[in-house]
Design a protein around this ligand. Structure first.
Ligand SMILES: [Cu+2]
Length: 533
């Protein structure tokens, strides 16, 4: 999709998913069965006794994977009306998810503001319980907001622009020729050590990109992984992967999460978590073959297990001697672009209206379904409760804590933030990419950012003028589906819904008044009788 700032975007989403296709959602009995022989597969300590049989499993129904054929639409990172709950922009704290059933359609209408930063965004379904399975199955799309970046790159002589979408499908088995195979059962397959799923780039296994010597290759990258992080490292093909640092080819990041920087930022490694977009410029002085590799983060993946290859070549690049004459007219380091946000728009310490702590953690109760349990501030997702409040236009500070040994990427809908601090208790021995995780850019704007394993990320969120009920969550979507999400209410609830909240109190008062009036009348009558007798 492509949209211009100031345009409105009307989308009619028709659900053509078939009830008869795809895996069935797991039941409590499935989890119970899996946990019977979990000893060899699951590294968790047994915190609690196992349920003697499936009927003794405690089931958290709201956070069981479910509704695999129900869908909806989330525009990730876009400054538009809140659109998770029904209807779009709702101020009803009890509003349910927008949930489009097979055969039904839903019409969305969004107003993209005039000043919207031009850049790379994306869209995907977001029905709690079915988000991961639908994205593992490929329901992902790119959305560009027009901005000055494309023309500015052309003016600098950069014409080779390619998309670079990293995706971690969970298929039962994948070979190079045929990856149109059955999707793993939700989560259950993740607890075994048996399956290796390669990451795909643009839907292909290890695709090749071509560029001439001295030219610049512009990669528009989206990390669309469902529950994995990725590193982006470039080095000559054939190098020992563990000595990549000595021969790493530096690259420049010119935009992140749809917001262009004024100056390119030079890096030799970048860590991306599911949801992040980064626009990259690459340039090679020598012809030959190069690789884009992801490595060093295996220990931090979902379940800390070998569900995905340890170090993987994501793509190859062939650099030819011939050039089509599209060499940049100035060195990349000297380029300047129109920034998505000016420096004056940065949040200042005195603008912070309040601070809160958000803790992401996991539970390993063997007698609870789903397993494991995912929590935000110690609670699984409850759509009927409002967890966080904010006012439109204000800035708030959040300290995001990750109590686990794997990463949790934080995403907040509709609003952007600046990262102020990142830390982790782990050493680089346990967590090889820690150094680059700590090397964050404090003034750039993001909508998704990693909370490192056993670590914290402090952010400042700038709330816009979009009000209503929305969410913040972990962007490992299997974590979100099974509980790691919280509701956020921006602005005031409508008086109708407020009155509804108070209805019990009002009825209580009325009943109380009636009873006390009756009591008073009886008392007065009794007193009168006493006087007369
Ligand atoms: Cu998570």
């Amino acid at each position: 999709m492509r949209v211009k700032p100031g345009q409105s975007l009307s989308i009619k989403l028709t659900n053509n998913l078939d009830y008869n296709l795809g895996p069935n959602p797991p039941t409590a009995a499935d989890y119970w069965k899996m946990l019977q022989n979990a000893g060899e597969h699951i590294k968790y300590q047994r915190y609690k006794r196992r349920a003697p049989d499936p009927s003794h499993m405690k089931v958290d129904h709201a956070n069981m994977p479910h509704g695999f054929q129900t869908t909806n639409l989330h525009l990730h990172g876009l400054d538009v009306e809140v659109h998770m709950f029904d209807p779009v922009g709702t101020h009803n704290p009890d509003a349910p998810h927008i949930a489009i059933q097979p055969g039904e359609c839903y019409c969305y209408n969004f107003n993209v503001p005039d000043h919207h930063p031009g850049g790379m965004y994306w869209y995907h379904p977001h029905v709690h319980g079915a988000t991961a399975i639908q994205m593992w199955s490929g329901m992902i799309g790119l959305l560009y907001v027009d901005g000055p970046l494309e023309a500015e790159l052309q003016e600098y002589g950069i014409k080779n622009t390619q998309e670079f979408v990293i995706w971690d499908p969970a298929f039962r088995s994948v070979d190079e020729k045929n990856h149109n195979l059955e999707v793993d059962e939700f989560l259950l397959g993740q607890t075994t050590l048996s399956k290796i799923h390669p990451f795909l780039v643009n839907g292909k296994q290890t695709p090749n990109f071509q560029v001439g010597m001295g030219e610049a290759l512009h990669l528009r990258s989206l990390c669309a992984t469902i529950e994995n992080e990725n590193t982006f490292i470039v080095y000559p093909e054939g190098m020992e992967h563990n000595s990549w640092k000595e021969s790493a080819i530096p690259f420049w990041v010119i935009a992140s999460d749809g917001v262009t920087f004024r100056k390119p930022r030079k890096k030799i490694i970048m860590v991306m978590s599911g949801g992040q977009r980064d626009e990259i410029l690459l340039q090679f002085d020598e012809p030959g073959r190069y690789v884009i590799s992801q490595q060093g983060i295996q220990g931090m993946q979902f379940f800390d297990m070998r569900g995905h290859p340890h170090d993987q070549i994501l793509a190859t690049i062939t650099v030819s001697e011939s050039s089509d004459g599209s060499k940049p007219i100035v060195p990349i380091s000297e380029m300047e672009f129109t920034p998505g946000y000016s420096e004056e728009e940065s949040i200042k310490a005195e603008d912070i209206a309040g601070s809160e702590t958000i803790v992401f953690s996991m539970g390993a109760d063997f007698d609870k379904s789903p397993f494991p349990q995912y929590y935000v501030n110690g609670q699984s997702f409850d759509p009927n409760k409002i967890n966080f409040h904010a006012k439109p236009g204000e800035a708030r500070e959040y300290t995001l804590i990750n109590a686990n040994h794997n990463a949790h990427p934080f995403h907040i809908h509709v609003n952007r933030f600046q990262v102020k601090e990142v830390g982790s208790e782990l050493s680089t021995e346990v967590y090889p990419v820690l150094e680059s995780v700590l090397d964050f850019d404090p003034d750039i704007w993001r909508d998704t950012f990693m909370v490192p394993p056993n670590g914290r990320t402090r952010i400042w969120v700038q709330y816009k003028n979009y009000t209503g009920k929305t969410v913040l969550h972990c962007h490992f979507l299997a974590h979100e589906d099974t509980g790691m999400m919280a509701t956020l209410f921006i602005g005031e609830q409508d008086w109708v819904f407020r009155a509804k909240d108070h209805i019990q109190w009002i009825i209580g008062c009325m009943i109380g008044t009636v009873f006390s009036s009756v009591g008073l009348i009886l008392h007065v009558r009794r007193e009168k009788k006493r006087v007369y007798s």
